[in-house]
Design a protein around this ligand. Structure first.
Ligand code: ATP
Length: 234
């Protein structure tokens, strides 16, 4: 049984349909990336998994339960966490408060999970009393991921985690995502940096115009002549 199964999904915003008949699967512990041109619907697909779009058809199943049409507040209870691309931390709250917010659905702050986040991102422990708004872009991205990990999700959704990072920080961010995945968390990631994403992932989906185009192992897509020509700039 797949961890996540999207079948025949039609979705969009209001009455505007963006995705048509999209299929996607993420297995337990798998690292899956979605790539494709601007406006292909990559973020829309990820948002649809997290209940942030208008559902128009098809199903989303997680750990065997139908989560189609559930609200994000319900989906987070199921074990899916989402890191949006922009504005993904509360700038006026401290680092620690941001992390505690990640676990707001629990009655108490999960101290073990907080310690695990601090161990994974030591800079967050060091800066825990600092306002998030004073942190660098790379540190804010770590904080956003840390917050998403506070509920120890089985699936982590990452929307363009390398966006806006200085080039020397991009490899470090991808290494950190690898490490989260190595520890057993399945990853579903949207990335503009398609080559690096396909190199790192287990499996990739190429979307175009709101539809599935290709799906295969990342390395296979990376070396596919047609995919290279059409989507990876040769
Ligand atoms: N909130 C919204 N309301 C209406 N249309 C939207 C909204 N968000 C995105 N769209 C439209 O949906 C389409 C797909 O956008 P989406 O952000 O999913 O693409 P993407 O593949 O992630 O592209 P990019 O790499 O440029 O972010 C685009 O035409 C976009 O204008």
């Amino acid at each position: 049984m797949s961890l996540l199964a999207v079948e025949g999904l039609d979705a969009g915003y209001g009455d505007l349909q963006i995705l048509t008949d999209v299929d996607m699967v993420v297995d337990d512990g798998e690292y899956v990336t979605i790539v494709g041109p601007n406006g292909a619907g990559k973020s829309t697909l990820m948002k649809s998994v997290f209940g942030l779009t208008s559902h128009m058809g098809g199903t989303v199943t997680f750990e065997g339960s139908d989560i189609t049409g559930l609200a994000p507040e319900q989906i987070i209870h199921e074990g899916i966490s989402y890191v949006p691309q922009n504005d993904n931390v509360f700038a006026s709250l401290t680092v620690r408060e941001n992390l505690e917010m990640g676990a707001y659905i629990l009655d108490e702050v999960p101290e073990d999970a907080l310690e695990a986040v601090f161990d994974r991102f030591p800079i967050l422990r060091e800066r825990q009393d600092q306002k998030a708004g004073t942190m660098s872009g790379g540190q804010r991205q770590m904080l956003a991921m840390g917050r998403a990990l506070m509920l120890e999700p089985s699936l982590l959704l990452l929307d363009e985690p390398s966006a806006g990072l200085a080039p020397d920080l991009v490899a470090d961010m991808f290494d950190r995502i690898d490490a989260i995945n190595d520890d057993g968390t399945a990853i579903l990631m949207v990335e503009q940096n398609a080559k690096e994403a396909l190199r790192r992932c287990d499996r990739g989906y190429v979307l175009a115009n709101g539809e599935n185009r290709y799906v295969d192992q990342g390395e296979v897509l990376l070396h596919d002549e047609q995919v290279r020509q059409d989507f990876l700039g040769g």
